[in-house]
Design a protein around this ligand. Structure first.
Ligand code: FPP
Length: 229
């Protein structure tokens, strides 16, 4: 089982288009998938799950879609908060929530506070997130702290990332057939196993999650070392 599973939830728009529905319907359905996958990951004992909910690049979408996504996220968190608490899941944000609408920020802050001592799983939502920005932010923090350049190490650098204290993702899943990393966890993904499926996010089921985990379980992770004889 991966210690950290990260997912790029892609294909909501195409799912809706295939069904002649508005894109918002794809996002609605995508939220249901997110709920099911969080629950299943928790049930399987995956300690860290990261979902790519909104990238910095996503601001370029039509204004109505962006505001729909934030209101959907707020409603989702309000609706799911009790369930997160019951499942002992800690909610954590990766990214810059400061730029989000105030109402969404409040819901996020409330949910993070209410779940901050939960232990069974950390659910990271990457929100207004960019991997490159995360690395630059880490460099700024290091400079501000006045760290001795000779003492900056690969491991130590991680303390300045949003994921400080968490393991790197062992497995990254991307749905919808796109074969890209799209600025996701760029520092942390150095040795991640990648799993791509053509399934669109709204159609991604717990069964398909098992398939990905099964595939991952058969991978030989050499982490740059030579294959044993
Ligand atoms: C990709 O579909 C999905 C997103 C832009 C992220 C939003 C995710 C959700 C609404 C799922 C719910 C998540 C949470 C945490 C409540 P797309 O619009 O890029 O699809 P397309 O590439 O087919 O247009």
């Amino acid at each position: 089982m991966p210690g950290h599973l990260a997912i790029i939830m892609d294909g909501n728009g195409r799912w809706a288009r295939q069904k002649n529905l508005p894109r918002s319907e794809g996002h609605n359905q995508g939220t249901k998938t997110a709920r099911a996958i969080v629950e299943e990951s928790r049930r399987l004992g995956i300690p860290h799950l990261t979902l790519y909910a909104f990238s910095k690049e996503n601001w370029a979408r039509p204004k109505e879609e962006v505001s729909f996504l934030f209101s959907l996220l707020s409603r989702f968190l309000q609706k799911e908060l009790q369930s997160l608490i019951k499942q002992d899941i800690r909610l954590n944000i990766l990214g810059e929530p400061g730029d989000l609408p105030l109402a969404t920020r409040k819901v996020l802050e409330h949910a993070c506070t209410k779940t901050k001592t939960n232990k069974s799983m950390t659910l990271n939502l990457a929100l207004n997130y960019s991997g490159r920005c995360e690395i630059i932010r880490a460099c700024r923090l290091i400079v501000q702290k006045g760290l001795d350049p000779d003492r900056i190490t690969e491991e130590g650098f991680k303390d300045f990332l949003y994921t400080a204290g968490q393991p790197d993702p062992d497995l990254i899943i991307r749905t919808s057939g796109e074969l890209r990393i799209s600025n996701y966890l760029l520092y942390q993904c150095a040795y991640s196993e990648l799993y791509f499926t053509k399934t669109l996010w709204p159609d991604f089921t717990p069964q398909e999650l098992w398939r990905a985990l099964e595939d991952y379980a058969h991978r030989q992770r050499r982490l740059g070392r030579v294959e044993p004889a």
